[in-house]
Design a protein around this ligand. Structure first.
Ligand SMILES: [Zn+2]
Length: 211
């Protein structure tokens, strides 16, 4: 069956577009070119985030294809890389609960899925942990280009809410997003989780932008 499927719908490497076998998540050449060590960034606001990749070239393209062209297949390779990063860094101390940066209902309707949730679900499964939706994001707070920095921060402050505090209280949580740019989103989500009694929050993303 898999062989037949691969003839009808050839599966493509997320990074270079080469046709790959059905049991694979990326081609051998791309896998061999993966960075040896994870990237970790700590913002001046204290958010520490790790990623298997920098947000550039082939990886950037794979994430864009996932987010904007619904190539959900790419989430397999990306989340496996996130899971390896989390194992490398946290070893036996990986939180039991995995969650994601939420997407507003409006955007979800438009895009059809939340790429961060997909990555978090797959990463949780690979790590043998539980994925839980912990936060929601308000509508109408996503178009931020024309706003000043201050207005943007105020808006973000009012954007994220905990769905049910009893789920996060006393828990260590792994928070997943697709990319980290300024770290503002991760910071706000960490704050919301900690405000509701989370014990600890660690962050991981598929790719980090260079400073
Ligand atoms: Zn490839």
């Amino acid at each position: 069956m898999n062989r037949l499927l691969s003839l009808i719908f050839p599966q493509k490497c997320p990074y270079c577009g080469k046709t790959i076998g059905y049991s694979l998540t990326e081609c051998e050449a791309c896998r061999e070119s993966f960075p040896d060590k994870p990237f970790t960034r700590i913002t001046n606001t204290g958010v520490k985030c790790s990623a298997p990749f920098l947000y550039e070239d082939k990886v950037k393209n794979a994430i864009i294809q996932l987010k904007f062209h619904r190539v959900v297949f790419n989430a397999g390779s990306l989340s496996a890389a996130v899971a390896r990063t989390v194992c490398d860094i946290y070893g036996d101390h990986i939180p039991e609960l995995v969650t994601c940066v939420p997407m507003s209902r409006d955007r979800l309707k438009k895009r059809g899925f939340n790429q961060s949730e997909l990555l978090a679900e797959k990463t949780a499964a690979l790590l043998g942990k539980s994925f839980v939706r912990t936060m929601k994001r308000d509508n109408g707070a996503e178009i931020q280009h024309e706003l000043t920095r201050e207005e943007r921060i105020n808006l973000i402050d009012r954007t994220y809410h905990i769905i049910d505090p009893s789920i996060v209280r006393g828990k260590e949580i792994l928070l997943i997003d697709d990319i980290m740019t300024t770290g503002t989103t991760l910071l706000r989500c960490c704050e919301v989780l900690m405000d509701c009694g989370a014990e600890k929050v660690i962050c991981a993303v598929a790719a980090i932008t260079e400073k």
